[in-house]
Design a protein around this ligand. Structure first.
Ligand code: ADP
Length: 504
């Protein structure tokens, strides 16, 4: 037996592991990107939006000093922000406080208040708005403002803040003009530096990454067991089957695919075992079938050689008949093997099937005359078909032969031809014992014989119906059998009536 060359194939376990690790890595990458890489950006966006919203809300209350104070206090406390609202006195070039809140409870607020003219200048320089990140010098316990980054351009450009250390705050300044008066809104909000959070998250990510990869390994092993155990078992069973143990049972517990495979293999093993049984039967049948005529031939020949008076035409006829029987047997086997190997393909020609059946029946004249058989052919018209005439005749012949062999004591057989809707049906009916339900599907199999004990030496080879089946299937013809136990059987097949227009 030839074994397939074993390639260096990766086990399914490692494949699954690789897929799982890839999956974990992709998820981690996506999380890392959004959670860590983009964290700063998202945070800053949210912060700037908050500042924008509040300054817009404050602007909406500028007309009413009372409401302004109330709202500023509310926004400041609610958002833990320090907020200043000034109007600019052009004549004295100074900022006049309209409202102020120390929502962050920052002790440095008075210091920052002093810096307001500077922020105002920056905002003017910057076209009306300004955002800066500030941090305070805690080490020297001194109030020292370090503006380490600001947007000396467009406020909406939202520069990404980097390098922030310590307690960082965002200062946002917006100048708003109404009725020739300039209002200045300044907000100071906590701006937590993300670096330490990011560091923490990164560490967490590394640890959870390692954990997830370990988990993937465990999962892969579990999945490997679940998936491959039934396959391994099945492989063992298949090896047994290959050794000829046809009673091997493939039990496919586990999952659908494997139980489907188990069903298929069980089916294959039952077919194989049936084939095996049939082959064994065949050998015993054929040897029996061959031995009977050979014994007869030998016996008659010896008799004719040794006993002078026995060398007569009747005895020679026995030898000829037995030789014919042997020829028939060998021909059947050859025919079937050719049809099954696909070596004998039908040659489609137009012919009159009614005439052909009539001709075939002529072969039975002797049988009718000598043995009292009554074979009746019932046909209303002559029908032409497009088929392989030799093959179809073989079918008719095999069916009539079986009917003659198996018909009842009355020795009657009917061959009927009926035509309907462009289809001709040939059926052969006998009055024999019929075929049981269990046997009716098997009789078409090679070498299958219902009755293993030969009733008659002339009874066939067990190949007749498989030849019929083979031929009709190569013709794509419909065929079948109806049988009632004790009443007889009708074997039939159908062919399309020849229609010249389809071949024009
Ligand atoms: P055989 O050469 O043994 O007749 P076939 O393949 O022609 O082989 O038929 C297979 C089996 O089917 C037969 O052995 C017989 O048991 C059964 N069979 C076939 N034709 C008939 C029939 N007309 N009536 C009853 N049984 C039949």
């Amino acid at each position: 037996m030839k074994h397939r060359e074993k390639k260096t194939q990766i086990s399914i376990k490692w494949k699954m592991f690789a897929i799982l690790v890839m999956f974990v890595a992709l998820i981690a990458l996506a999380l890392w990107f959004f959670q860590i890489q983009m964290l700063n950006y998202f945070y800053q966006m949210a912060k700037f939006k908050e500042l924008d919203d509040i300054s817009n809300n404050v602007i909406a209350t500028l007309d009413s000093p009372e409401l302004l104070k109330e709202k500023v206090a509310e926004y400041g406390e609610h958002n833990y922000m320090d907020i200043w609202v000034f109007s600019f006195d052009e004549r004295n070039n100074e900022l006049i406080t309209m409202a102020m809140v120390n929502g962050s409870a920052d002790p440095f607020m008075p210091y920052l208040t002093k810096k307001m003219p500077m922020f105002y200048e920056k905002a003017i320089e910057n076209g009306g708005s300004y955002i800066a990140m500030i941090s305070k010098d805690h080490y020297n316990n001194r109030l020292e403002l370090r503006v380490f980054k600001d947007n000396m351009g467009d406020k909406n450009s939202h520069p990404i803040v980097s390098g922030a250390v310590g307690n960082t705050n965002a200062i946002s300044v917006s100048i708003y003009e109404s009725n020739g008066v300039q209002y200045v809104i300044v907000q100071k909000s906590d701006f937590t530096p993300m670096r330490s959070i990011i560091n923490t998250l990164q560490n967490q990510f590394t640890i959870s990454g390692i954990f997830l990869i370990l988990l993937a390994l465990i999962f892969a092993s579990v999945m490997y067991k679940v998936i491959t155990n039934p396959i391994i078992k099945m492989n063992e069973a298949a090896k047994k089957l290959a050794r000829g143990e046809y009673d091997t049972d493939f039990s496919g517990n586990g999952y659908r695919e494997i139980s489907e495979l188990a069903d298929t293999l069980n089916y294959a093993s039952s077919e194989l075992s049936q084939n095996d049984r049939l082959q064994k039967d065949l050998i015993s049948n054929i040897s029996h079938d061959l031995r009977t005529p050979l014994t007869m031939i030998k016996g008659y020949s010896e008799m004719m050689r040794d006993i002078p008076g026995e060398n007569n035409p009747e005895n020679v006829q026995v030898i000829i008949d037995e030789t014919e029987r042997l020829t028939e047997l060998v021909n059947d086997m050859l025919d079937l093997s050719k049809i099954q190997a696909g070596a004998r393909l039908p040659e489609f020609r137009e012919f009159c099937i009614t005439d052909s059946v009539r001709d075939t029946l002529k072969r039975y004249e002797k049988l009718i005359m000598q043995e009292g058989y009554n074979i009746e052919f019932i046909a209303n018209e002559d029908v032409r078909v497009m088929a392989d005439s030799v093959m179809i005749l073989q079918v008719v012949y095999n069916l009539i032969n079986n009917a003659v062999n198996y018909t009842g004591e009355d020795k009657r057989v009917w061959v009927r031809q009926s035509v309907s809707e462009g289809v001709v049906r040939i059926s052969v009916t006998d009055t024999g014992e019929g075929i049981s339900k269990e046997d009716i599907t098997k009789i078409w199999d090679r070498y299958y014989k219902v009755d293993k004990v030969h009733k008659r030496a002339t009874v066939g080879t067990g190949l007749g119906l498989s030849i019929v089946k083979g031929i009709l299937e190569t013709h794509n013809a419909v065929y079948g059998v109806e049988s009632t136990l004790g009443h007889g059987s009708t074997f039939w097949f159908e062919l399309n009536v020849f229609d010249p227009s389809t071949y024009e």
